[in-house]
Design a protein around this ligand. Sequence first.
Ligand SMILES: Cc1cc2nc3c(=O)[nH]c(=O)nc-3n(C[C@H](O)[C@H](O)[C@H](O)COP(=O)(O)OP(=O)(O)OC[C@H]3O[C@@H](n4cnc5c(N)ncnc54)[C@H](O)[C@@H]3O)c2cc1C
Length: 471
Amino acid sequence: MDAAPRGCHRGPMEETLDVDHLVVGAGAMGMAYADALVDHSDARVAVVDRRHAPGGHWLEAYPFVRLHQSASFYGVASTMLGGGRLQEHGPEAGLQERASQPEIVAYFARAADRMRRTGRVELLTGADFVGDRTVVSRVSGRRWVVPEPCRIVDARYLAPSIPAESPPPFAVGDGARVVPVNDLVRLEEAPGHYVVVGSGKTATDACVWLLGQGVDPGAICWVRPRDPWMLNRALIQPDPAVFLGVPAAIFESAAASTSLDEVFLRLEEAGVMLRIDRSVTPTMAKAPTLGEWELALLRSVEDVVRRGHLAAVERGRLHFTDGSTVQVPDDAVVVHCAADGLKNPPLVPVWQPGLITLQPVRAGFPCFGAAVTGYVEATRDDDDEKNRLCPPSRFGDSLAQWAEMNVRGTRASMAFGAEPDIADWAATVALNPARVPPGHPGSPELDRVRARLAASTGPGLVALEQMARGA
Ligand SMILES: Cc1cc2nc3c(=O)[nH]c(=O)nc-3n(C[C@H](O)[C@H](O)[C@H](O)COP(=O)(O)OP(=O)(O)OC[C@H]3O[C@@H](n4cnc5c(N)ncnc54)[C@H](O)[C@@H]3O)c2cc1C
């Protein structure tokens, strides 16, 4: 924790934190917001987090996790995560580098140092925001209060739940071996069988890691309540001629389809969306990115259980909420990958009196959304205008929510993108996946994809909106 923050003593242990913004949460969202705000204003900011350092959930993430997107799309606007390098070896040679957990955590520590060096940012770690404008250290018990004009910035509104910190959402009977995904790296003896529980990115990572460690695909049972659609990582790359092809394909597919299932099937044909089992129509569209090499590995796991959610685990038996039971070997290790990693709380105006609630703005890419919000807070005075420029969008989950995310996100991008200063700034920010950086040489491919996007956005948006409503 920093040297004592500026301020004066109030109660025996209470001090005033003399800042303009109190950012609650030093995860990716809070850091991206504070970084952009500090770089484009003279605001004084305090960032508080109950964890011991900045970085949020990454501090407790499973050790073999990697960003599922290009590192350059993640982090804060002022400083690129990684070096924007292409991978030279392995199954993703030619694609952008993806940061590992230690790299992400070290990066946020550097980003925090950079903010501190402005002399206008305090970082209070190991401290809780307890409401009523009050922060309490979990270590010293010291209390800080922020004065009335100070704005509270809620940067934990989307905070994911992670297996390391949340109990499995099913009962565990005596003698059953259930471990959070993090503990896979701590097993002392190889079990004969694994049961991976979850439909999201963490479960796919766990399967890919186990197979990469040489576990026989036949020794994995995958409890997958829902099948996910996932984005092809080869297309979620910082090259605009590649990236812009994705929204173009989405709008073209939407305009040509009568249902969301049809939209996704067209996107699968176009190589944009991937699914593990082509005989099953996915019902989940959180749309993380996946490599085609990972897809091939995941398809080798044939023992897939689709009986809804797991209710309870006993030694040798899995009980489902539909009342059915599945036998598994007695020594099976059940791997908890079933925490809610992508939250979808109700959408609220980002700016409300005294409060800023960070939410995605463009479709996906939450770090860029938080950075745009920080930039707009730094450069605009009127809250109605700020809310017009940054209407919140949601994360996808169901197909209809995915469609809504794309409609809201695209409309938001149009709103803030129409502002010359924001457009200029956003073109310089690596977090912005749709940017064409200043000085980009241009290319016939880029011209073509931009023409496709210009032609398809209008009809595609209308079609997506109708399908989202009708779903
Ligand atoms: C395993 C995993 C991989 C992911 N990969 C990607 C990816 O590749 N790309 C991508 O864009 N997104 C990814 N995501 C989505 C991810 O949710 C977001 O990218 C982002 O990291 C969320 O950050 P956050 O700041 O909202 O939440 P967090 O990182 O959880 O930060 C919120 C912070 O608030 C603190 N806090 C909460 N309440 C209080 C309080 N009262 N007082 C003080 N502190 C408090 C918490 O301690 C926490 O540190 C991934 C998510 C997971 C779980």
